[in-house]
Design a protein. Structure first.
Length: 412
């Protein structure tokens, strides 16, 4: 068990008043349990409650229902807000981290992340890494991933390894620092993963083989060959293909968010730097749309972005387009029926379920039907044969039009 105290301490007087039920100006309700609280104390703990009390609700509202977490976790978070202390155990660490992430209580997220990080082993590192894709904890995610890379030969022997998604296995195999005694280990691990569910996974064999030792596989000649390295190291970037070229944009180089972008030509095996974007972006959404490469949203190192820009390969220029309705990073992006969809993500305060779409013909964003679940660090795909897009979009004539001055329409 661990009890932590962050750099600040709330007054014990407020805590006494809370237990006495005096001067409380709000009730937090979770399921059927009510917690009388002082708004000012919770606002000091997390921007989530500040937004809830000041922006998302009527000023006279007193009872606030909080979904998605248990009364026990809410009690721990409220106690933390008043006392600056929280008890983290093996039994509650993961659930508490999830609740703290939902409410953006970053001090508790860090405390729980540190605690869970100390429990890492070959049996649980994959599950913890997967967990941090949904519940943002960059430090824990990096620590779990480093453990997987450093102890890959032991991790492969565990049941959790077989539960990796194709995208996750791709991320692992492409690492130059993957710790294996010989290259055949990575190949054998890949075959083991595919053999676990061959009917579903055989289709990914060629794509994943191309990531082993950063080599490209030519099925016609049954040969492997190394491909050229990018000009910059980058993680948390995003890429797309347009006109037989691969474009990768933004990301993080370990020190700063990037605004650079580069293009790969598979015929010449060369990466070429293209014009930089107008903004630094990590957790960015990149997709080919309307014969352009669109770079949408992301995080610039200070805040989540609404801005979007489009790259024209013919002129090697980026041009700003209309900004999204919602700030977001680490979201899903896809094009269907000539509309660009932005799905979920993280808005700087919490994971979101909001969905919107962009129409290049009008250079406007429109609301779409929201998801039923909060999602971040997600992926999207288009499934053909389901022409039901109209079920998820709001008719434009049913939306209220707002005249937004150009100078306010977007600088962020």
């Amino acid at each position: 068990m661990r009890e932590e105290q962050p750099p600040y301490k709330s007054s014990s007087v407020y805590n006494e008043l809370r237990f006495e039920g005096k001067f409380c100006d709000a009730i937090i309700k979770v399921e059927d349990v009510e917690f009388p609280v002082h708004k000012i104390i919770l606002c000091n703990c997390t921007p989530y409650f500040r937004a809830l009390f000041t922006s998302w609700s009527d000023p006279d509202k007193q009872v606030f229902n909080i979904p998605g977490l248990s009364p026990e976790m809410m009690a721990l978070i409220i106690d933390f807000a008043y006392t600056g202390s929280v008890s983290v155990t093996e039994e509650n660490a993961v659930e508490l981290l999830m609740a703290a992430d939902q409410l953006n209580v970053m001090d508790i997220v860090k405390i729980c992340s540190d605690f869970v990080g100390e429990q890492l082993c070959a049996e649980n590192c994959v599950g913890i890494w997967q967990f941090t894709k949904v519940h943002l904890s960059p430090e824990l995610r990096a620590k779990a991933f480093h453990y997987i890379i450093s102890n890959f030969e032991q991790v492969v022997l565990q049941e959790e390894f077989l539960q990796l998604t194709v995208e996750e296995l791709d991320d692992i195999l492409e690492r130059d620092d993957l710790n294996v005694q010989c290259e055949s280990t990575a190949y054998e691990a890949l075959i083991k993963w595919i053999s676990h569910v061959p009917a579903e996974r055989e289709q990914h064999l060629i794509a994943l083989l191309s990531k082993v030792s950063a080599e490209r596989y030519q099925p016609e000649t049954n040969q492997w060959s190394l491909i050229a390295s990018m000009h910059e190291q980058r993680s948390d970037a995003s890429c797309t293909t347009l006109h037989s070229r691969i474009y990768i944009c933004g990301g993080f180089n370990g020190n700063e968010c990037l605004q650079t972008a580069e293009c790969y030509n598979p015929e010449t095996d060369q990466w070429t730097m293209i014009s930089p974007m107008n903004s630094r972006r990590r957790g960015i959404g990149v997709i080919a749309y309307a014969d352009h490469v669109f770079a949408v949203g992301g995080f610039d190192g200070n805040r989540r972005l609404r801005t979007a820009e489009a790259y024209n390969p013919q002129t090697n220029t980026w041009n700003l387009v209309s900004s999204m309705l919602t700030r977001r990073s680490n979201f899903g992006i896809e094009v269907i029926n000539n509309r660009l969809f932005a799905v979920g993500g993280f808005n700087g305060f919490t994971t979101t379920f909001n969905v919107e779409y962009y129409d290049a013909s009008t250079n406007r964003w429109f609301k779409a039907c929201d998801m039923g679940i909060f999602r971040s660090a997600l992926s999207c795909c288009v499934v053909s044969g389901h022409p039901n897009l109209s079920d998820y979009t709001i008719p434009r004539d049913s939306l209220t039009c707002l005249n937004v001055p150009e100078e306010a329409a977007e600088s962020t």
